[in-house]
Ligand binder design. Structure first.
Ligand code: MG
Length: 350
């Protein structure tokens, strides 16, 4: 008599996201226990609750939130996981806060490969470890095939800003020096190159990276930082335009001093993009009083050696009668107003 195979074989472990993973029942629990916890860390028994009780830091709490829908999920120089962690902690750092805790919501599309999800989670964990933050709470939802695009992540971050640290557009003063922490536009061009299957000279990698150590170093050194802004989807142009308007101040930049790598410049020319409007994910602009400018350049160069900071311009003067302008001095000695892009330059970039 031969062995009779089981009539109803137990299914093996799933390799892809199924609708049942979003049901909130056993499958959801197994997804969390088998995929999320082994990478992100298992909360202690007492902490398995509807929220995470965290310890307060020193100073005042700062909260931020962001969603990440980048396509493709993996790109030269980064991936959606790294982008999510760094994007969130960078926003906290721009307020002068030390990031402590993150939460993450995952919108998963039916059919998304679990191995890809594990890759993203490993990347998030590594990024969180690099900046010393903990991912303390999370959620997963599943949407039907065709109703998402594999994976979207929403993140919130909690950090603490020391008493006495006040960083924001209102503090930008005439005479402030405006320092860009490195070459701009690499994230946008790296994503564009992958999507369009372009072979660009110079193998452009995203600048996706953390800015926490740069800001910490500036504050530790006692630099009187007036304003910080990370350059993201609207690039340098949007960041400056917002600060000029919100601070009611005119800003003036030397076009030739804005750092753009030859590869990014070439691609921007090819597609007709203004380099200053190209997305970045690991660059900042700092406004500091002139007496602190040299020290700021030095500190930024040692905190992020792959970036070459430049003093690109200066805050020119208060405007009271209308919102501030960003003026670009061209190589020909003329001046033009730098405006942010009107709509979407590149969709799904972060
Ligand atoms: Mg920001």
């Amino acid at each position: 008599m031969t062995d009779v195979p089981p009539v109803c074989p137990l299914p093996g472990s799933p390799t892809h996201i199924e609708l049942g993973h979003g049901g909130g029942g056993r499958m959801t629990r197994r997804l969390i226990e088998d995929v999320f916890w082994p990478v992100l860390g298992e909360p202690p028994g007492a902490a398995r609750h509807d929220g995470a009780v965290v310890t307060a830091g020193a100073g005042r709490p700062v909260l931020t939130t962001d969603a990440f829908v980048v396509r493709p999920l993996f790109f030269p120089g980064g991936d959606i996981g790294r982008l999510a962690v760094f994007g969130t902690v960078n926003d906290l750092a721009m307020c002068g806060a030390v990031p402590h805790h993150l939460t993450a919501s995952f919108i998963l599309e039916e059919g998304f490969e679990l191995e890809e999800l594990r890759r993203v989670l490993r990347s998030m964990r590594q990024a969180a470890d690099e900046v010393g933050v903990a991912i303390v709470a999370g959620d997963t939802k599943v949407v039907e095939r065709g109703h998402g695009d594999r994976l979207f992540i929403a993140m919130s971050g909690l950090g603490w800003v020391a008493d006495g640290v006040e960083i924001g557009p209102a503090r930008v003063a005439p005479g402030d020096v405006l320092i860009v922490s490195g070459d701009i536009g690499r994230h946008g061009i790296a994503i564009l190159a992958v999507r369009e299957n372009l072979a660009l000279s110079g193998d452009i990698r995203s600048d996706c990276g953390e800015l926490v150590s740069s800001v910490n170093a500036l504050l530790r050194a006692g630099v009187d930082v007036h304003c910080l802004r990370d350059l993201t989807r609207g690039g340098l142009a949007t960041a400056l335009w917002e600060i000029a308007r919100d601070g009611a101040i005119d800003l003036s930049l030397d076009e030739q001093r804005i750092p753009v790598s030859p590869g990014v410049r070439g691609a921007a020319e090819l597609f007709g993009f203004e380099p200053a409007s190209l997305p970045c994910e690991g660059r900042l602009v700092a406004f500091v009083p002139e007496r602190d400018a040299a020290r700021t350049l030095e500190i930024l160069a040692s905190a992020a050696p792959d970036a070459v900071p430049v003093a690109a311009g200066a805050a020119r003067g208060r405007v009271v009668e209308r919102p501030g302008r960003v003026l670009l001095r061209t190589a020909f000695g003329t001046e033009r107003e730098l405006e942010p892009p009107f709509g979407e330059l590149l969709p799904r970039i972060c």
